[in-house]
Design a binder for this molecule. Structure first.
Ligand code: PLP
Length: 356
């Protein structure tokens, strides 16, 4: 196999990668990946169940044209600004080389590892903007000054693995302070956990140099279906859409995503519950003596004596955690990330951490 960026997902080792022992999943706490602890919208589920056989055997609308309309309606952007793909990863792989290849590109450190991996493969130089614990919060004026010395910015907001978010007002200041031809990519995979109205999608209209990357995997609980989109200037969308293969977004994914986008009430409730569960897990970690980074998302990063030892210890109990080493060259076996879970997995996580 070639070289890939490091990701969570080791839990599949315990479930079985051939997917022929799926009942094991009930015992495996997969807190190394950041999938939602809740299920997708009941509206999405019942539509999928009702038409399942037909959905599986039918070719979807070629370029997800209908879903594109729904995204535009639900997210208050224009259809011409929306580009759909089979997961945001597909769009990241399509667009990052085009927008940032060969440039000196600013990345927060730590951050999601796929960007450094891709930039490295496409002749870009990574300019790391160091964040420091326990807050790991970027100073916006310092970040602007740093960006001005380089040629592009990739910002994961809220950031992973820290869970720290800039507000929309801060993002607006940042975007407005950079030249109109300065490429800016904002990955908002976890933004919906921060509350309504925090997305930078509406800024694209006034800032054609901005691309907002929207995974539908996590907040909408659709990871297994693979659907995501970007909001970008219509010129960019028109140029790159012929590079997306027909029928890329499956029919199950198109239907479930459209229903999920319309079901704001259901997801609002899950967001509030996630905040409560996160607070419970934060309290357990703090009581157990760990230094946590205050998070706005569905995961928490905390400092440990040995990440490797903790991950191995948890694995013996079928609990999977993420060693953060691959997310910053400055991390040296000292940070772990855990996904927020509902019961019964939350109870197992609390028990594990409180016995440390
Ligand atoms: C910050 C970030 N961006 C993008 C992705 C890719 O998500 P997907 O391809 O499922 O849309 C992930 C997945 O973990 C992520 O954490």
């Amino acid at each position: 196999m070639g070289e890939f960026a490091v990701h969570g997902g080791d839990f599949f080792g315990a479930i079985g990668i051939r997917l022929d022992e799926l009942e094991k999943r009930h015992d495996v706490v997969n807190a190394d990946v950041l999938d939602a602890w809740y299920g997708p919208s009941p509206r999405a589920l019942s539509a999928v169940r009702e038409h399942l056989d037909w959905l599986i055997r039918t070719s979807p609308p070629t370029h997800a044209e209908g879903l594109r309309q729904v995204v535009a309606e639900c997210r208050s952007v224009s259809e011409a600004e929306v580009l759909l793909g089979p997961g945001s990863s597909h769009l990241i792989f399509l667009l990052i080389p085009r927008l940032f290849g060969g440039k000196r590109v600013v990345l927060l450190d730590p951050t999601y590892g796929e960007y450094a991996h891709l930039l490295g493969q496409h002749g870009a130089t990574i300019e790391r903007f160091d964040l420091n614990g326990p807050e790991f919060r970027p100073s916006v004026p310092d970040l602007i000054e740093f960006c001005q010395q380089h040629e592009g910015l990739i910002l994961v907001n809220p950031n992973s693995p820290t869970g720290v978010a800039l507000t929309l007002a801060e993002v607006q200041t940042l975007v407005s302070s950079l030249p109109t031809n300065y490429p800016i990519w904002i990955d908002e995979t976890y933004i919906d956990y921060c509350g309504e109205g925090q997305s930078a999608e509406p800024l694209v209209q006034a800032h054609p140099n901005l691309v907002v990357c929207k995974s539908m995997s996590k907040f909408y609980a659709l990871s297994g279906l693979r659907v995501g989109y970007v909001v970008a200037a219509p010129d960019l969308v028109r140029t790159v859409e012929p590079e997306i293969a027909p029928w890329s977004v499956g029919l199950l994914a198109q239907l479930a995503a459209a229903e999920a986008l319309r079901d704001t009430e259901y997801y609002e409730a899950r967001r509030a519950e996630t905040a409560t569960l996160r607070a419970e897990l934060e309290a357990t970690l703090t009581e157990a003596g760990f230094e946590i980074t205050p998070s706005t998302a569905n995961f928490i990063m905390f400092r440990v004596e040995s990440a490797e030892a903790m991950v191995a210890e948890a694995e013996k109990r079928n609990i999977f955690l993420r060693n953060c080493d691959s997310l910053s060259p400055r991390f040296k076996d000292d940070y772990v990330r855990v996904a927020v879970k509902g019961e019964p997995f939350l109870g197992r996580l609390k028990l594990f951490f409180s016995s440390r």
